[in-house]
Ligand binder design. Structure first.
Ligand code: RIB
Length: 297
């Protein structure tokens, strides 16, 4: 089983600030750091901490070679990472004293997908494989259609939310991993119970994993509903915590681990990631996560 993550690759520029800048205000940052990021890249790193057959598919610009090398150093296959003449995607990230963030995205090369490329990619994979998607690239509908035609199982993390996300064909998707705000945006319903009801009634076969912040997370399928408590840690930077959760959960779930164990691993990994600065660089190894789980028993 191969895990193909067709997703964004960004240069993250982190500004450490006292508070997130308000309209009309100018503030100074305490530090500025440039790191590898993008929801796609971050999730590939988290997947690769748990699997040795992760393929990242995506686009970098003329300034992004170091990002492909970064993926390769994490033992991720980059055969389908293309270099284009545009600039690499960028994220301008403010992180405040409480570890909360605010992000401005420049899509850049991430929107360089075309039909020929998508067709070429799916010529190499088959129904034993898993496709992981976020919402920071173009041609999402076409990618979903092609992967479905080939029989791949599709996992979607519909982040960041856009109008297009609401129109995807969820009947073609096996699992959605999302937070409560994203669930509300897709369903148009208020309250977590109403949201769950919406997804169950509209897409009965869809597996759902909803993260609920301090309330933990919940997995819902036709067969079972399993809840997981959150882990308490001192937050330094929450950037990439959702990506860490998704990568850990998905890699372990499709390798056949019990849902309860996958939730516990994903929750612990994302809790650990918020204790460190940065997105991809804050994703812990599996042994760090297992150690943390023993300590937090
Ligand atoms: O989820 C965190 C990511 O969102 C950052 O790495 C940034 O690139 C944005 O895409």
């Amino acid at each position: 089983m191969k895990i193909i993550n067709f997703g964004s690759i960004n240069i993250d520029i982190f500004f450490a600030v006292d508070h997130i800048v308000r309209p009309g205000e100018t503030i100074s940052a305490r530090s500025i750091e440039k790191r590898a990021g993008g929801k796609g890249l971050n999730q590939s790193i988290a997947l690769a901490k748990n699997s040795d057959s992760v393929y990242h598919v995506g686009n970098i610009g003329i300034d992004g070679k170091f990002l492909a090398e970064y993926l390769e150093n994490e033992k991720i296959n980059t055969e389908f990472v293309r270099e284009s003449k545009s600039l690499t995607g960028n994220a301008l990230i403010q992180v405040d004293d409480k570890g909360e963030n605010s992000i401005v995205l420049y899509k850049g090369a991430n929107f360089g997908n075309d039909k020929d490329f998508v067709d070429r990619v799916f010529g190499h994979f088959n129904k034993n494989d898993i496709l992981v998607l976020q919402n920071e690239i173009n041609m999402m509908d076409y990618i979903i259609d092609k992967a479905y035609e080939k029989g791949l199982k599709i996992v979607l993390n519909p982040s960041p939310i856009t109008e297009e996300v609401k129109k995807f064909d969820y009947d073609k998707i096996d699992m959605v991993v999302l937070n409560e705000h994203e669930a509300k945006a897709i369903s148009g319903r208020e309250g977590i119970d109403d949201n769950i009801r919406y997804f169950k009634e509209t897409y009965p076969k869809l597996k759902l994993v909803i993260t609920l912040g301090k309330e933990g997370s919940i997995y819902i399928s036709e067969e079972e509903t399993i809840r997981q408590k959150a882990k308490k840690v001192k937050a330094v930077d929450s950037t990439g915590a959702g990506d860490t959760f998704t990568g850990y959960f998905v890699a372990n779930f499709y390798q056949g681990k019990k849902v309860k164990d996958c939730l516990e691993l994903a929750t612990s990994a994302s809790a650990l990631s918020v204790t460190k600065k940065g997105a991809s660089v804050s994703i812990p190894s599996l042994s760090e996560v297992e150690e943390f789980m023993k300590e937090s028993l």
